[in-house]
Design a protein around this ligand. Structure first.
Ligand SMILES: Nc1nc(=O)c2c([nH]1)NC[C@@H]1CN(c3ccc(C(=O)N[C@@H](CCC(=O)O)C(=O)O)cc3)C=[N+]21
Length: 289
């Protein structure tokens, strides 16, 4: 048996289409387009590519894109002053500060400065708290994209055993919170877990977000399980995930890398920007987004 490949690229294209339709309706009612500001510090080539593709996706969705490129030696105070200006700018609904930031800047100080209601990355502790307690907020793009792919395969997630590998604030923790909200039985495994394989073997759903190429072995996977590979590892062999590619022979469904979770991250960013715009303007936005 070979796994069904989950086509994140196609799913993301559909989501972006629905966002574009809803963005046009927003623009009609609000008399302005939803706006996303992306801030890039320094000129790391990979980050530059992401920022460019985010800008293109924003325009394609019928939204306004504001790009701010700052030099690598900008001070923390200058960056925070820019965040303050974007917070106060009525035409800006979403603010994304591309991570990682240069070492001389405290990421936490910058992220906590962003207005939580414009925090389309969902990284502000206020949004983490809203997610943890079941309040409406903004949910980090990558885990929300993973959940959308999972719901496509499992319309009823309740009661399923889910294992999340990795405990970052950006993916692992919010992913576990989302799966718990869907009434999965959730286990988070990490670098100090004694028997990672033993946990993964029980899982109906495995979400791998460790950042180690090919970490998850095919022998660990329960036959028929759904595997979501969040890994984006640049190696000599090109872009590879956190799951050994031979897992396709065991899993029931699996996301490829590239073409799986990555494209969903950007599509959900567009969705979050529209949701933020709707809430800020008091305009109802299609809840099916
Ligand atoms: N504040 C912030 N928010 C982010 O969301 C954020 C960030 N900082 N820093 C960097 C990471 C990385 N990231 C990706 C987005 C899309 C793909 C993506 O579309 N990947 C394609 C392949 C693209 C390629 O070939 O490089 C795929 O997986 O098919 C990957 C990675 C967002 N990030």
């Amino acid at each position: 048996m070979t796994a069904r490949l989950i086509d994140g690229k196609a799913f993301a294209a559909q989501l972006r289409g629905r966002v574009a339709t809803a963005a046009a309706a927003f623009t009609e009612q609000a008399g302005r387009k939803p706006g996303l500001a992306v801030v890039l510090v320094g000129e790391d080539p990979a980050s530059s590519v992401y920022v460019r593709s985010k800008g293109k996706a924003t325009l394609a969705a019928g939204m306004e894109s504001f790009e701010h490129r700052l030099s690598a030696d900008v001070s923390e105070a200058e960056l925070i002053a820019l965040v303050d200006r974007l917070n106060a700018d009525e035409t800006v609904d979403g603010i994304l500060v591309q991570l990682p930031l240069p070492k001389h800047i405290d990421e936490r100080a910058v992220i906590t400065r962003i207005d939580p209601d414009k925090d389309v990355d969902g990284f502000h502790p206020v949004n983490a708290g809203r997610l943890a307690t079941g309040l409406d907020g903004l949910v980090p793009c990558t885990p929300l994209g993973c959940l959308m792919l999972l719901q496509d395969i499992h319309p009823h997630l309740a009661g399923l055993e889910a294992v999340v590998i990795g405990r970052s604030n950006i993916v692992g923790k919010p992913m576990a919170a989302l799966l718990l909200q869907q009434s999965c039985t959730v286990t988070t495994v990490h670098s100090r877990t004694r028997d990672v394989m033993g946990h993964v073997r029980q899982a109906d759903i495995v979400v791998a977000a460790v950042g180690i190429p090919g970490f998850v072995q095919p022998e660990w996977i329960k036959p028929g399980a759904t595997v979501i590979d969040v890994g984006i590892n640049r190696t000599g062999d090109g872009l590879v995930g956190d799951v050994d590619p031979r897992a396709v022979e065991v899993a029931g469904a699996i996301t490829p890398v590239p073409g799986g979770v990555g494209p969903m991250t950007i599509a959900v960013l567009m969705r979050n920007t529209l949701v933020a715009a709707g809430r800020r303007a008091g305009i109802a936005v299609d809840p099916a987004l």
